[in-house]
Each structure stands twice: as structure tokens, then as C-alpha cells.
Write a protein that binds this ligand. Structure first.
Ligand code: GLU
Length: 319
């Protein structure tokens, strides 16, 4: 395996919207192995800005689940560190600073469109997974126009240019995506005043000096948008790797609402973490018997299959 040219700082970024499932276990394990197998650092950050979907008990639950697998971190809400706080809800000031910077450059504009209006105006055949591309209805506005909206709620949208953005994905190889065809101008600031995911994640990864982002491939289309934000801010772009998501035995994507595939369920049933680690190790092409030490020795990011992982059922792990 080719080593990264610098010490790696990776991160685990759970969203506490429900308990972590076996797919999260695999993705977080890969992110952890990738950093630790090169002697790198790991930061744990809790992505709790989506207030409507937040389940406060899932914050401590995620830490317990990840600890149960055997993962550790150098910085995080429980262990502290020099880049804290490690809960996004406590970092709002740095997001506002970033948004101000984008405003100064006229890189964002105020958008008053509702979801229904966008769906009506956009050409439906091109609607991607994240919904139809934003048709640019409000893109003629400047930042100053926000003052003229007379109290109407608005979001801040980042202007996307019509060009390919490339990156060399650590798992999927060379990727080229044009963000104008994947969602178009995207929201960085919500009408509630809270930041949107794309802005918060870039802001945090930059300030936490994260240089390796390993996550699920449901976020592949977010990556070119995030690269545009790094470029706009003049910040170093991390390495990205997107791993295949987990499916159940029927071929359906694992969902947080399904209790049967939760890490917590394994814990409560007294299943040993090595059972799960062994399964995940096999899916990564390793011979390891389920020990993290062996996995660290065997780990090869480039050997990870891009394909989805069919997660074992809790029953098969019990047996
Ligand atoms: N918090 C996100 C999640 O749990 C991950 C975001 C990211 O890795 O950029 O799906």
C-alpha cells in the first residue's frame, strides 16, 4: 500500500439521529484503521446540528458503540483536545465566520424558494437522489439583497460553477463530478440561522486539521461541493475515500430505525465484538480472526471493494 505523504488525521463523525448500525461499524472501522495503520491520529466529532432529527441519547450511545468495537480517538467530546468543542452544536460561531467570509466574496446569495417551488421549477427528469437540481431562481440576488427581503425567511446558497470537479478517491479511484448537475447551487446556511451540513463539515474538518475523510458512498455527491468550499476558502483539501454502504440480507440499505441491525442490540445480546470484526474483516479481504491488532497489520485501503456490504443478521452473529 502507498503510504500517505504526511501524518494522517482521520475522523469519526457520527450523527446522533438514532443508534449506530452495522454499516456504521464497518465505515467507522475502516476510517479508524486507515488512520491508525499509518500511525495517524483520530478525531471524534458529533454532528448534532440537525435539531429536528436529533436524539440526545444517541450521542453517548455512539461513543459507547464505537468503544465497544474497540475504536479509540485522540480528541473527542469525552477526552477533550486542542480543537474542541467536539459537538457541532457548540461550534456555531466558527460556521458563522465561514459564512461571513463567503458573503464577503459574493459566493453565496439569499434564496427564498421553498422546496415545493424548486420541485415545480426544476426539470424533473434530472432529479437526483437529493432531489431536483436547484434551478437558479434566486441566483440574480447579491448578498446585500438579503436586507430587502422584509423578514421573509431565506437560506444562503453557494454559487456553483458549471465544471467538473476531480478527486482521487482512496477507495473508488479517480472521480469527476459536476456539482451543477448534482443539486446545483447548494444551501450552506439555513433559514433558522443554523449552518447546513456541507458548510459545517468543511469548517470542522479544516479547523480540526483533518486530512483524511473516509465515509459512506452516500456522500459521494457531497464531495465535489465540499471541494468547492475548500477552494473558496483557500483551505487545503483533505484526501477522500468513500466506502460501499451496507445492505441487509434482502438487499435493502440498512436504516437507523431498524433495531435488529444496531450495534447496541449486539452489545445487549452479549455478542463479542470479535464476531463482528471478523465478519467485517472478511468483507475487506482480510484473513484476520477478529482482532483489531491483526486488522491493523493486514489493512490495505486500496484493497477495499467498492461494492456494498451485505451485513450479517444479528441471529447469524449469535450462532
Ligand atoms: N455525520 C454524517 C453521517 O453520520 C457523516 C458526515 C461525513 O462523514 O462527512 O452520516
Amino acid at each position: 500500500m502507498t503510504s500517505p505523504p504526511y501524518p494522517v488525521t482521520g475522523r469519526l463523525a457520527p450523527s446522533p439521529t438514532g443508534g449506530l448500525h452495522l454499516g456504521h461499524a464497518r465505515t467507522f472501522l475502516i476510517a479508524w484503521l486507515s488512520a491508525r495503520s499509518t500511525g495517524g491520529r483520530v478525531v471524534l466529532r458529533v454532528e448534532d446540528i440537525d435539531a429536528a432529527r436529533l436524539r440526545p441519547e444517541a450521542i453517548s450511545g455512539a461513543l459507547v458503540d464505537l468503544g465497544w468495537i474497540g475504536l479509540d480517538w485522540d480528541e473527542g467530546p469525552d477526552v477533550g483536545g486542542s480543537h474542541g468543542p467536539y459537538l457541532q452544536s457548540l461550534r456555531l460561531e466558527s460556521y458563522l465566520e465561514m459564512l461571513d467570509c463567503l458573503k464577503r466574496g459574493e459566493l453565496v446569495y439569499p434564496c427564498t424558494c421553498t422546496r415545493a417551488e424548486i420541485a415545480r421549477a426544476a426539470s424533473a427528469p434530472h432529479a437526483g437522489e437529493e432531489g431536483p437540481s436547484y434551478p437558479g431562481t434566486c441566483s440574480g440576488r447579491s448578498v446585500m439583497d438579503a436586507d430587502l427581503l422584509g423578514g421573509r425567511p431565506f437560506t444562503w446558497r453557494f454559487r456553483v460553477s458549471d465544471r467538473q470537479v476531480d478527486w482521487n478517491d482512496l477507495v473508488r479511484g479517480l472521480q469527476c463530478l459536476n456539482p451543477s448537475q448534482h443539486g446545483g447551487d447548494f444551501i450552506v446556511g439555513r433559514s433558522s440561522g443554523e449552518p447546513a451540513y456541507q458548510l459545517a463539515v468543511v469548517c470542522d474538518d479544516h479547523h480540526m486539521e483533518v486530512n483524511e475523510v473516509i465515509r459512506g458512498d452516500d456522500l459521494v455527491t457531497s464531495t465535489p461541493r465540499q471541494i468547492l468550499l475548500y477552494e473558496a476558502m483557500g483551505w487545503a483539501i483533505p484526501r477522500f475515500g468513500h466506502v460501499g454502504l451496507a445492505l441487509d440480507e434482502q438487499g435493502k440499505r440498512l436504516a437507523k430505525r431498524d433495531q435488529s441491525i444496531k450495534i447496541e442490540t449486539l452489545r445487549h445480546r452479549g455478542i463479542r465484538p470479535s464476531r463482528l470484526l471478523g465478519e467485517i474483516g472478511r468483507s475487506l479481504g482480510m484473513k484476520s480472526s477478529g482482532s483489531l491488532c491483526e486488522m491493523l497489520d493486514d489493512f490495505d485501503l486500496e484493497a477495499i471493494p467498492e461494492t456494498p456490504w451485505v451485513a450479517p443478521s444479528v441471529e447469524s452473529l449469535t450462532g
